[in-house]
Design a protein around this ligand. Structure first.
Ligand code: ZN
Length: 57
């Protein structure tokens, strides 16, 4: 699972695609979740990104 701020949402998506080979699931964080930081910087995370591969189907 990756976390991304508004600014890093695209790089996070790109990294996840590169890593797993397919587009990941991407969700907006809950508005009241203020403690999760972006995986790339210290800003508040706005999106959470999950690679499909790590998800059992
Ligand atoms: Zn960031």
């Amino acid at each position: 699972m990756y976390y991304a701020c508004e600014e890093h949402s695209e790089s996070t998506l790109d990294d996840a695609v590169e890593h797993s080979g397919e587009p990941p699931f991407m969700d907006r964080m809950a508005e009241d979740n203020l403690s999760t930081r972006c995986s790339y910087c210290e800003q508040k995370a706005v999106y959470k990104v999950q690679e499909k591969r790590s998800h059992q189907v």
